[in-house]
Design a protein around this ligand. Structure first.
Ligand SMILES: [Zn+2]
Ligand SMILES: [Zn+2]
Length: 175
């Protein structure tokens, strides 16, 4: 029992922390994740799974830190559960990037994943096609609050700042 609880906490709380303390802030204010994970010049299977480029690895590591912190907290409860959570989380990273390799989720697995609100490779592919949607790396229920937060904080984002900067450059102030 403790194993299952610890495992679930790592996955559910880890995804929460990673989404709201890393993924969403990266999309709003930083460039590392966008330059690496959302680099359209390369296959995302390559930069999510195979790449050994330093920045790509750093993005992957920073995204994993929240899971590691949660795992450290539940270690006392059940260390095998904590490890199992981390392992499943890593397997899910690989799995959710397989659409590019031609993976199609079979109907039974799709129904099962939907009932648990687990992100399918097809869902995560949506995030790579349009980086403004499909948040939550493992669970889909984080997408609505993530998009709400992104919309609320949009005025503070890099994108808004850059757009304002471009506008001010295009339209010189007339005397
Ligand atoms: Zn991805
Ligand atoms: Zn992203």
């Amino acid at each position: 029992m403790a194993v299952a609880v610890a495992m679930l906490i790592v996955l559910v709380v880890g995804d929460f922390a990673s989404t709201f303390f890393y993924h969403v802030p990266q999309h709003l204010w930083f460039t590392l994740h966008l330059r690496t994970h959302h680099d359209r010049r390369r296959s995302y299977w390559d930069h999510a799974v195979l790449s050994t480029n330093g920045e790509v690895l750093l993005d992957g590591f920073l995204g994993a830190v929240p899971y590691l912190i949660v795992a450290a907290f539940v270690w006392q409860l059940s260390w095998p559960g904590a490890l199992l959570g981390l392992l499943l989380g890593q397997l899910h990273v690989w799995w959710r990037h397989t659409t590019e390799l031609g993976w199609q989720t079979p109907t039974w697995l799709r129904a099962f994943s939907r009932s648990l609100q687990v992100v399918l490779p097809e869902d995560h592919d949506g995030h790579h096609r349009n980086p403004d949607i499909e948040f939550g790396d493992i669970f889909r229920f984080y997408d609505v609050p993530a998009q709400f937060l992104l919309a609320k904080l949009a005025p503070t984002s890099r994108r808004t700042r850059n757009a304002a900067l471009r506008r001010s450059k295009r339209a010189p102030v007339r005397a």
